[in-house]
Design a protein around this ligand. Structure first.
Ligand code: KG4
Ligand code: ZN
Length: 359
């Protein structure tokens, strides 16, 4: 059997992930350890704590991915590991461990770009051919990218300040959503989405970021500040103290989610218009791939589906489990690079020279 098999390792942020994937896109084994609950207690990710937790869990996560796959390290063709972008103290744990495994076992090493992995995940489950348009929305990024080939990525829009996941997470923290029992273990984005379901999206007005610019950059910090101002007013109005939650929390969340969604959709539409005027994509490749943690959001996905319908695009979005950080997408990115014979490092010297890049 000469199917290619790759072990993928991910530690760029607060998830320790590993997976064994074959070239047909079959996930043979996987494991994921999330640090989410620990970071919730600190009100955000503290890099040295993330580093320690990755160190504590990396071995068991990789071993359990291998054990559940029934494949031994000796049968793996190469080891793919995220080396950029992310938190340096997180990235270095996976990078060091992945390199060590590769060098000890005499296997090739494939350095992986975390955002490229988010963008390519869809190709593991659906047929999407290059070139295509990608919208990456996560805790650290907002990117509109023209994916031309494995080695040609043209950024056509990115955030000038916060990332959308950050906008959701900071809102959730400020609104103390963790004190609502149903939301206590959800990510910020999940909690806001959950509460928005029964809220009025028009209850509060928000500005339209970047409206005077023709480019498709994102800006989320103005929306966040408007939310903070709204919350301050409401807290006075309702005499809110301590850990209590606003009585109209659902309307507050729904309006904010609506504002974030509208901005994401508008800038994506600008990218589509730019693409058609410059003829950057042939019409048969009018595909919008959406990925990253925020792509789990059903409300945003529905709005993007409407946009795609209007603009003649087909919307592709991986299942939620593959949108948030995981080892599977890293292994799959390794498969893509292995098959395309690009970015695979064979020599001890080349592997030893691999370093992380935070940005
Ligand atoms: O891609 P990801 O797992 O990690 C990064 O690379 O950043 O994304 C995590 C982000 C978090 O900010 C989280 O709040 C957000 O994705 N997220 C959501 C939802 N689920 C996760 N945002 C909005 N709606 C959701 N349902
Ligand atoms: Zn991510």
């Amino acid at each position: 059997n000469n199917r290619c098999i790759i072990l993928g390792i991910e530690t760029s942020c607060d998830d320790t992930g590993a997976a064994v994937v074959d070239e047909t896109g079959q996930v043979l084994g996987e494991a994921l350890h999330s640090q989410h609950k620990v970071h919730l207690l600190h009100g955000g990710i503290i890099p040295p704590i993330a580093n320690r937790l990755h160190e504590e869990h990396i071995v068991e996560v990789v071993e359990s991915a291998l054990a559940s796959s029934g494949v031994s390290l000796a049968d793996v063709d190469a080891i793919a590991t995220t080396v950029k972008p992310g938190l340096p103290l997180s990235l270095c744990v996976g990078k060091n461990y992945g390199k060590k495994l590769a060098l000890d076992a005499g296997k090739p090493f494939i350095p992986i770009h975390h955002m490229e992995a988010h963008a390519l995940t869809i190709r593991m489950v659906e047929k999407v051919e290059f070139p295509f348009l990608v919208l990456l929305i996560s805790g650290g990024h907002a990117l509109l990218v023209l994916a031309k080939s494995l080695d040609e990525w043209k950024i056509i829009g990115q955030t000038i300040d916060d990332a959308p996941g950050e906008a959701f997470d900071k809102a959730a923290r400020r609104l103390k959503l963790r004190n609502i029992p149903e939301c206590s273990s959800m990510s910020g984005g999940q909690a806001v989405e959950y509460l928005s379901r029964e809220g009025d999206p028009r209850a509060f007005d928000y500005p339209t970021p970047m409206w005077k610019y023709r480019d498709c950059s994102f800006s989320f910090s103005g929306l966040k500040h408007t939310l903070y101002k709204n919350i301050e007013k409401l807290e006075v109005e309702y005499a809110i103290e301590g850990g209590r939650v606003l009585p109209n929390i659902r309307d507050v969340c729904a309006s904010y989610q609506y504002a974030l969604t509208k901005h994401i959709v508008r800038q994506t539409q600008k990218a589509m218009i730019y693409i058609s005027t410059r003829e950057l994509l042939p019409e048969e490749n009018y595909s919008l791939v959406v990925s990253g943690g925020v792509a789990c959001n059903q409300y945003i996905k529905t709005a993007l589906r409407v946009l795609c319908h209007k603009m003649g695009y087909t919307l592709f979005c991986p299942p939620p489990k593959l949108c948030t950080d995981n080892g599977i997408m890293i292994a799959w990115n390794g498969i893509e690079r292995w098959k395309a014979k690009t970015g695979v490092l064979y020599s001890k010297k080349d592997i030893e020279a691999v370093d992380i890049q935070g940005k």
